[in-house]
Design a protein around this ligand. Structure first.
Ligand code: ATP
Ligand code: MG
Length: 491
């Protein structure tokens, strides 16, 4: 028997329902997660109490839909426990639009409620009456969890026809849990994939994001393709199937794309990098010229950027996020040569991709390389690029030592010494910077004003000598900074 640690918040809600003579069970994803030793994302309770009765028992609750779900607030700090959803037993009505049941009817038994749930692994309830824990598992979900199988409750064709979002959910759970989809369920997904067109794009997007955010993202993409689901919402990706590339590539465009995604997912890179990895070469099939070893793909990154924008727009991704992904796709093809590439061209690339995205662009390059079958993700060239980027970013941010960091400026020098603008002003400031770099505590107004007075008395020639020394010191410091960054990237 499994030892179960129920959070006290969940226990309290159940007890309160029991004391009021209602039946109440913990149900759904949280039971599945407990059995898998995963931390549940949220806790659901199902009961024969009607919504009005639940609200009466829990005055601090919200009932905002007509689905029979009451959201009970708790005192917990844990985000997964702040709200516990209590839902009246339901049976599912008829679905004429393949989206929502036409009516919600309450069921009278737990078994009926479990039978409307999507997959066997999500249709297990836990009864905690009389201090004993009993699983109620009429569809043998525990067995499927043990076998790591996704299987619909009841006839798969019927269940997918009722609600086509379940098609995406099946693949999502297969990826999140690293399970296999049972053959009959899998065949039914392929047969019913076309029904996905009845589902709101936002809901498809949310499941798609969950798939891409798992370490199994690439398997997810292959599964979506195999089941015809990908064809329904990103048909553009399928254009790369069977499209061979030139002598620099061993994989087709399609295989290269999912392999790049696989690397980004296994490295736990962010969603934007993962999607950029999947889409970066999506423009290749439409730009391919010639055949075999000599084929070319001129402008594929531009065509690919447009296609990526269209896809993300269609799936209703937020604009800011889309902008980031398309910048990565647009510039994934950047060329960098430590000997030839100038600082200003690196600076231009940073400005075009955005300071906040430039390191993600390098990660995309890693994914691109590994997805091409290269053995090494970060070769010398890419490390050198990272070093140059970091050095230039430091320059751009003004974090480097400069006259600007002094607590006094040229005006102070002119005023204190009562001299007009001229070389002497800069020379004195240089000397001050040298002293401050030596000892940062000297960077205060009183001290520096005093020093200006003293230095003002010295002849120009002597000042120049001091200034040269200070400049040398300053240059040395810059070099030291550069060495530090070089060391960081082993270049
Ligand atoms: P997670 O919260 O980890 O994403 P979950 O299984 O808890 O996964 P939810 O969307 O929170 O998924 O739904 C809770 C439960 O409601 C599910 O476990 C399942 O029993 C049921 N359910 C959710 N969506 C559907 C659906 N489209 N069709 C049938 N049952 C569903
Ligand atoms: Mg859940």
């Amino acid at each position: 028997m499994k030892k179960i640690n129920l959070p006290s918040e969940v226990y309290d809600v159940i007890s309160k329902l029991h004391r009021a003579n209602f039946n109440a069970y913990i149900v759904g994803g949280c039971i599945r997660d407990i059995l898998l030793n995963r931390k549940p994302k949220d806790w659901d309770i199902t009961t024969n109490a009607k919504p009005e009765e639940i609200i009466q028992l829990f005055p601090d609750s919200i009932y905002e839909n007509s689905w029979g779900t009451v959201r009970v607030k708790t005192e917990s700090e844990d985000p997964s426990l702040k709200i516990i959803e209590v839902t009246t037993f339901r049976k599912e009505g008829k679905y004429t639009d393949k989206r929502h049941p036409d009516t919600i009817t309450f069921a009278s038994t737990l078994e009926e409620d479990l039978s409307r749930r999507d997959f066997t692994i999500n249709a297990i309830a836990l009864d905690i009456k009389n201090q004993k824990y009993i699983f109620i598992d009429p569809f043998l979900g525990k067995e499927d969890i043990r076998k790591k199988i996704i299987r619909t409750v009841g006839d798969p064709d019927k269940r997918f026809q009722e609600d086509a979002l379940r098609l995406m959910r099946a693949v999502r759970f297969a990826c999140e849990l690293n399970f296999q989809i049972e053959p009959r369920t899998l065949q039914a997904i392929s047969r019913n994939a076309h029904l996905l067109r009845f589902i709101a794009k936002e809901r498809i997007r949310d499941e798609f994001i969950k798939i891409i955010n798992t370490p199994e993202a690439a398997r997810g993409i292959l599964l979506l393709q195999k089941t015809n689901l990908l064809h329904e919402f990103i048909p553009e990706l399928e254009e790369g199937i069977g499209v061979t590339q030139n002598k620099h590539h061993i994989y087709t465009v399609w295989e290269h794309s999912w392999r790049a995604l696989d690397y980004a997912a296994k490295k736990n890179y962010n969603l934007a990098i993962r999607l950029a990895a999947l889409f970066h070469d999506i423009g290749k099939p439409r730009t391919k010229q010639g055949e075999g070893k000599e084929s070319t793909f001129y402008g594929h990154e531009i065509v690919g950027t447009k296609m990526t924008a269209a896809i993300l727009h269609r799936l209703k991704f937020p604009k800011q996020f889309t902008d980031k992904v398309i910048k990565l796709v647009r510039h994934h093809y950047f060329v960098y040569d430590p000997e030839i590439t100038t600082d200003s061209s690196v600076r231009r690339l940073i400005m075009k991709v955005g300071k906040e995205n430039i390191f993600d662009l390098a990660k995309l390059r890693e994914a691109d390389r590994i997805g091409s079958g290269c053995p090494k993700a970060v070769p010398f060239r890419l490390r050198h690029f990272l070093f140059r980027v970091e050095k230039i970013l430091q320059e751009m941010s003004g974090a480097q030592p400069s006259l600007k960091m002094l607590a006094v400026n040229g005006n102070d020098v002119m005023k204190i010494l009562n001299i007009p603008p001229g070389p002497k002003v800069g020379i004195i400031l240089n000397i001050l910077l040298g002293e401050v770099l030596e000892d940062l505590s000297k960077n205060n107004k009183e001290y520096l004003q005093q020093r200006i007075k003293e230095l003002g008395k010295l002849p120009l020639l002597e000042l120049q000598k001091f200034s040269h020394k200070a400049e040398k010191k300053y240059r040395q410091l810059l070099l030291q900074e550069e060495e530090k960054i070089k060391k960081k990237y082993h270049v």
